[in-house]
Design a protein around this ligand. Structure first.
Ligand SMILES: Cc1cc2nc3c(=O)[nH]c(=O)nc-3n(C[C@H](O)[C@H](O)[C@H](O)COP(=O)(O)OP(=O)(O)OC[C@H]3O[C@@H](n4cnc5c(N)ncnc54)[C@H](O)[C@@H]3O)c2cc1C
Length: 437
């Protein structure tokens, strides 16, 4: 949508073929109780200027998020639960051996921050230690660290679950460091949660689609793309379109669902085969009031307990609808649908009760959204690479292949895999085409 908008502004004609019966992709909002809630991408950072500019242009309300304000947050790692009040759980670490844990976390963050700064945001495969970092998983690296911080490993399990929808035991350290570099480090990742849209982030795409009008064709899944010397023919469920260039903006693992003529080069096919979508299920529990605030809690939890990796106060400031948002991620999300609905609900409510008291176990509404069930996304929040692949094949993702150009939040050099990254990537790809068209 971002690419199409910039191409039209640059004087080209476009058609946007969307497989679903709606626009927005990994952003999707639903009315629950008295509020409108995001099922997908939600949090917006203060420095994500493209999103702020769109919000201003379309007069969309961005609200400040509750959980970054003052108050107690909960951390629950390796079976030990405690509270902290800082932005990052650094200064008030948990009770047993607090100094050891504090030192362990400090060293871990320091090492990761130093390493990520050695990575070129637009060419992670060119980092001097790219291969070394790409061979390691995040948990393997932590396990071998001389300070062996067990609780810190638990914390990073939760962080990787929440950010990548993957397990620390499968995520490449280079993937993790590159992500950090495009967001400018841990502090900015925490700051990336400052705002959200009052009526959901999907509003951005809905407004862009409104501007594009009949150029947007819904329920038109693309199944074949053929290119020749003069142009491209794109075959979809709603017929064929002919153009000079095509921009493919589907999540990378889904590229292999499209048939290409001529075939994509082998290295390009391998790249798509070796990427995988993360897994996240969002669970929203609605209440009559935000009771957790009575006890001074901001409603935020980071945990390595099964099945919840993180909880946020998701109450709707405008409507006042109280809500806790729980993330089921990585290995817990892979098998989520195998459990009966009641078992899933009970396991979530039991943990919430443990953290916030008995009222947490009696929501007025319980709602789950499992992105693994969505045919045109097949997981979330982002596409990841497992070990060894960014250094080997990463550079193949991005450069045009003849008349085929690529755009996606995973292709951005700033805020990779965020909504801001999606807007940036669309903008860059449009510039790429406008320069040659
Ligand atoms: C649960 C969850 C939480 C998240 N949290 C945040 C957050 O807090 N902050 C943040 O910034 N980001 C977050 N993200 C990530 C963010 O939403 C995505 O990075 C971003 O929206 C991706 O945009 P995109 O345009 O690259 O891809 P998508 O939004 O996936 O768009 C791709 C589009 O292609 C369509 N498509 C797929 N295949 C075909 C085909 N064959 N033919 C035609 N159309 C096709 C899809 O239907 C979709 O509309 C989250 C995502 C999820 C799901």
């Amino acid at each position: 949508m971002s690419a199409a908008r910039h191409l039209v502004q640059g004087g080209l004609s476009v058609a946007v073929l969307e497989a679903r019966d709606r626009v927005g992709g990994r952003t999707y909002a639903k009315q629950l109780g008295e509020g409108i809630f995001d099922m997908g991408g939600q949090f917006v950072g203060a420095k994500q200027h493209r999103i702020h500019a769109l919000a201003k242009e379309f007069d969309l309300e961005l609200m400040r998020v509750q959980q970054v304000e003052e108050g107690k947050k909960i951390q629950d790692f390796n079976g030990v639960q405690s509270t902290f009040t800082t932005a990052v759980p650094l200064l008030s670490f948990w009770k047993p051996f607090p100094l050891v844990n504090l030192a362990g976390l400090g060293l871990t963050v320091l090492c990761l921050e130093r390493s990520r700064k050695q990575i070129p945001a637009d060419r992670p495969w060119d980092a001097r230690k790219a291969l070394k970092w790409d061979r390691r998983t995040v948990s393997g690296w932590l396990r071998d660290a001389w300070w062996r911080p067990r609780q810190v490993s638990g914390m990073f399990d939760a962080v990787v679950h929440g950010m990548f929808g993957a397990n620390a035991s499968e995520d490449s350290l280079l993937n993790f460091l590159h992500f950090l570099q495009t967001t400018d480090g841990f502090q900015e990742v925490a700051e990336g949660q400052r705002f959200r849209f009052a009526n959901g982030s999907q509003q951005m795409s809905l407004k862009m689609a409104e501007g594009l009008g009949e150029r947007v064709i819904l329920e038109a899944p693309v199944h074949e793309i053929a290119q020749d010397n003069d142009g491209v023919t794109v075959h979809s469920g709603k017929g064929a379109w002919r153009g000079r260039y095509v921009v493919i903006s589907v999540p990378l693992p889904l590229v292999n669902r499209i048939h290409f003529s001529p075939e994509l080069p082998p290295e390009r096919q391998l790249l798509a085969q070796r990427s995988y979508m993360g897994s996240i299920v969002k669970c929203l529990t609605l209440y009559d009031r935000p009771f957790w605030r009575d006890a001074g809690f901001v409603g935020e939890v980071l945990s390595d307990r099964e099945p919840i990796a993180a909880v946020f106060d998701n109450s709707h400031p405008d409507s006042g609808q109280a809500c806790l948002l729980s993330f089921i991620a990585g290995k817990h999300a892979y098998y989520w649908n195998k459990y009966p609905e009641k078992e899933r609900r009970d396991s979530v409510l039991k943990l919430l009760e443990g953290w916030f008291g008995p009222e947490a176990g009696k929501p007025t509404l319980y709602h789950e959204y499992n992105w693994g069930e969505q045919a045109w996304t097949q997981g979330c929040p982002i596409a990841n690479f497992s070990t060894g692949n960014i250094s080997l094949l990463g550079k193949e993702y991005g450069p045009p292949l003849g008349r085929i150009h690529w755009a996606s939040s995973e292709l951005s050099h700033e805020w990779i895999s965020y909504m801001e990254g999606g807007l940036a990537s669309g903008e860059n790809t449009a510039k790429e085409i406008l320069a040659i068209a």
